[in-house]
Design a protein around this ligand. Sequence first.
Ligand SMILES: C[S@@+](CC[C@H](N)C(=O)[O-])C[C@H]1O[C@@H](n2cnc3c(N)ncnc32)[C@H](O)[C@@H]1O
Length: 281
Amino acid sequence: MTHRHYEIQLADGYDGCAARYRHDDEIESRTPAHRRIGSKLRRICDSFARPIRILEIGCGTGRYFHWLRNAQLLVGVDLSAEMLRHAQHPLRAEKVTAAEIRLLQGNVYEMDFERESFEFIYSLGVFGYGAEMTAELGGRLHDWLAPGGRLYFDAIERPSTTGLTFAGRCRHHARYHVLPWLPGFIKSRLARKARGIPVIRHTRGSIAAAISSAGFDEIAIASVPCRSPLWNGVHVECTARKPVSARGREIDRPDFARSQPAAPPDQEQKTSRERGEIGGP
Ligand SMILES: C[S@@+](CC[C@H](N)C(=O)[O-])C[C@H]1O[C@@H](n2cnc3c(N)ncnc32)[C@H](O)[C@@H]1O
């Protein structure tokens, strides 16, 4: 899949629903799923016990900013200018403690950052809908993390066939094993029917392969059922660490992870915040 292909549709789609997404921030923030994810973000931040630089990929309206701690710099990247406009006034803005926030409009597959720019990179609700966690992207994130840096993301999970009826197994087989081999014009026609954006379902195995080949260690992967008034499904969640001695490991890393030409972000919007008092929900 070429990630540029869906860039405009994704950006337009999220631009169009940004106001609705902002409205849903309030609903979602009261769910156990949101609190579980937020607590995990908080724990990872707290584990550093010093000022850190954080990157959120696909930050949307800034729904999770208020959970972060120890952030001397928070960079939020997103395709959608409208989502970023809302992120300038993130959810629970009064509880956001990041000393500086930079919002960058761009496609994460095309962006580039200096090596070792961040101690923590996370992404929530991005992989699965027109975006895929690949070994190549994993390699880039590995480059952007400082040694000992942490990665946390989720992705829509491909359902297992356990417990399916025969007919269910046939449909599953058609969707996941036959569909990928169909001629491009049939696939694009089907994709257009599904509003143009392909749903890419990850497996725990595909994520483990991508993240370990990128050079991460301490990889933990779990299936997490999500039930909320807004979305029901299963996510694969992954946390991983860039080894402290990552320089030594790079010798074994594939070439794609070392040199990625990337366009600079189209637009940069900056806001600075005073460091505030600790206090999230
Ligand atoms: C479902 S929203 C999630 C927003 C936020 N992470 C949250 O949990 O509330 C997905 C966001 O990812 C952004 N996105 C999708 N693909 C992207 C890409 N390739 N590069 C940058 N942002 C992307 C979309 O524009 C959208 O704002």
